[in-house]
Design a protein around this ligand. Structure first.
Ligand SMILES: [Fe+2]
Length: 448
C-alpha cells in the first residue's frame, strides 16, 4: 500500500506540474494570439524608395508588339497613344498577403482606359479643388452610371487624369483571379499580375509614383513560434492521456489490493480465531497481539507497509495451537513435562504451515521463534539476541503483555505497574531491551 501511496503522491505532483505548465503555455499562447492579431491587422506600406524585399510592386510596359497602339477616334480631336502596363505584385514573405492595394499618383496628363482584374478607385481634382471619386470595374461598366469626368472614344472609355489626381487599384476579392490573398513565395505562386491600359499623347505614362499598401496574414500555428506551440500542446495532450491512464490503472490496482487485503484479513482472522478458540482464556488473544505488534513496529520506525506485514504475521503466531490438545491448552494446573513438550510444538507446527504461505511473509518466523528469549533460554531453538528474527522479538513482547494483562488459568491478570516492572526486570534476558523500551513508551502514550 505504501508503494501505491507513493505513486499517488508522484501522480499528484505530476498533475500539478502539468497544470502549471499548461497554464504557462496557455498564457503564452494568448499573448501569441494577440501578437498574431496585431501582426495581421497592421497595414504595411511600400513606395519606390522602400527597401523591403518582402512584398514588392513592379510596374512596366508589357512590351509586346500588340501592347501599344495609336488611336484616332478619341472624340477629343486629337490622336492618343495607348500602352498596356503590367503591375506585378510579388509576395516574398513566407505568409499570405491578406489584403492589398496600389495607389498610382498621376504626374502628367493621361487617360485611364482599362484594367484587370480588380477595380479602380479614381480620384479627380477640379480646378476649384472639388474632388470626384468613383470606383469602377473598367471591364464591366455602365457608362450612364459613371459620375467622374470621362469621354467615350468609340467603345473606349477615357478617364482624364492630371497631375495631382490618383487612382487606387483594388484587387479582385473573388477566388477566381487569385489576387487576394497572394500566397507566400514558398508556394511559387507569390505574385499577382495586373494589366492597365493608359492613354497619353506620347504613349508613355509615368507610373513610377506608387504606394503599395498591404497586410500580411499568418495563423497562430505558422512559423517557428507556431511550431513550438504545436509541439507544446501535443506534448501536453500526450502527457495528460498518459497521466490519466496511469491514474485509472493505479486506482483500479489500489481497489484490487484493498479487496485482496480485505479477503486476506478476513481469512487470517478466521485462522487465528480457530487457534484462539482452543484456549478458553485466550479468546481474541492473537488479534490483540497483532495490534500491539503493529504498534511496536510503528514505534521503532517501520513504514505502514512493513507494519501491516508485522500485524498479519503476528495474527498467526499461535496458529500451531490447533495441533495441541484442548485439554492441555485449557489445563488450570501446572503442566507436566510431556504436556509442556506438546505445547512447545505449536511453534514448529505453526511454522510448518506458514512457511508455505509466501503471501504472508514473516509469519513462519513469528510462529517459530516467538517463544525464544533474548538470553537464549527460550524454545524451540534457544536462539539469542539478534539471531532471533525481529518479528519474533516484537511478537514476544506483545504476547507477554497480552498474557500479563489478561487472566490466565493459573493466575489473575497483573496491574499496569506490575507489568511495567516485569518488562523492566526481564529486559535483556527474556526480551529485546530495545523492543521493551519501545513498548514501555507505547504503554505510557496510550495508557495501556
Ligand atoms: Fe505461543
Amino acid at each position: 500500500m505504501d508503494r501505491i501511496d507513493n505513486q499517488k503522491k508522484v501522480l499528484k505532483i505530476l498533475f500539478f506540474v502539468l497544470v502549471a505548465i499548461a497554464s504557462v503555455v496557455t498564457v503564452l499562447f494568448i499573448i501569441h494570439i494577440i501578437n498574431v492579431k496585431k501582426f495581421n491587422e497592421e497595414w504595411r506600406v511600400i513606395t519606390p524608395e522602400s527597401t523591403s524585399a518582402q512584398v514588392m510592386v513592379d510596374i512596366h510596359p508589357r512590351g509586346g508588339v500588340t501592347d501599344s497602339w495609336e488611336k484616332n477616334n478619341t472624340g477629343l480631336g486629337k490622336i492618343l497613344n495607348a500602352k498596356i502596363y503590367e503591375m506585378v505584385v510579388t509576395n516574398n514573405a513566407h505568409t499570405y498577403v491578406d489584403d492589398w492595394n496600389v495607389r498610382i499618383n498621376i504626374t502628367e496628363n493621361c487617360y485611364l482606359n482599362n484594367g484587370w482584374c480588380g477595380t479602380f478607385e479614381v480620384h479627380q481634382f477640379a480646378d476649384n479643388g472639388e474632388e470626384l471619386v468613383q470606383t469602377l470595374d473598367l471591364r464591366n461598366f455602365d457608362e450612364n452610371e459613371i459620375t467622374i469626368n470621362h469621354h467615350m472614344g468609340g467603345q473606349d472609355l477615357l478617364i482624364p487624369l492630371y497631375p495631382g489626381d490618383y487612382y487606387i487599384y483594388h484587387p479582385d476579392l473573388t477566388e477566381a483571379t487569385g489576387e487576394v490573398p497572394i500566397k507566400g513565395s514558398e508556394d511559387m505562386t507569390g505574385e499577382s499580375i495586373i494589366g492597365i491600359i493608359m492613354y497619353s499623347s506620347s504613349g508613355d505614362v509615368d507610373m513610377s509614383n506608387y504606394v503599395l499598401s498591404y497586410r500580411l496574414h499568418k495563423t497562430v500555428w505558422d512559423g517557428r513560434v507556431g511550431l513550438i506551440f504545436i509541439i507544446a500542446f501535443s506534448s501536453l495532450a500526450v502527457s495528460s492521456i498518459i497521466l490519466l491512464t496511469i491514474f485509472i490503472v493505479s486506482v483500479r490496482f489500489e481497489e484490487r489490493i484493498i479487496s485482496q487485503n480485505r479477503i486476506l484479513g478476513g481469512a487470517l482472522k478466521v485462522c487465528c480465531s480457530l487457534a484462539d478458540s482452543r484456549d478458553y482464556y485466550s479468546k481474541e488473544h492473537s488479534e490483540r497481539v497483532a495490534e500491539y505488534s503493529k504498534m511496536i513496529a510503528e514505534k521503532i520506525g517501520m513504514d505502514k507497509s512493513d507494519s501491516d506485514v508485522v500485524y498479519n504475521a503476528a495474527l498467526l503466531h499461535n496458529i500451531g495451537n490447533t495441533f495441541v490438545s484442548e485439554q492441555v491448552l485449557r489445563k488450570k494446573g501446572k503442566l507436566t513435562r510431556d504436556e509442556f513438550a506438546e505445547v512447545k510444538k505449536h511453534t514448529l507446527k505453526g511454522a510448518e504451515i506458514l512457511k508455505e504461505i509466501k503471501e504472508i511473509p514473516l509469519a513462519a518466523e513469528a510462529a517459530l521463534y516467538h517463544h525464544e528469549k533474548f538470553d537464549g533460554t527460550g524454545y524451540p531453538e534457544g536462539r539469542k539476541e539478534k539471531d532471533i528474527p525481529l518479528i519474533a522479538r516484537i511478537v514476544a513482547v506483545a504476547d507477554a503483555y497480552d498474557a500479563m494483562s489478561n487472566d490466565r488459568p493459573y493466575r489473575n491478570k497483573l496491574m499496569r505497574e506490575q507489568i511495567r516492572e516485569e518488562f523492566i526486570k526481564n529486559r535483556g534476558t527474556q526480551f529485546d531491551p530495545e523492543i521493551v523500551t519501545a513498548f514501555l513508551d507505547i504503554m505510557g502514550e496510550r495508557n495501556l
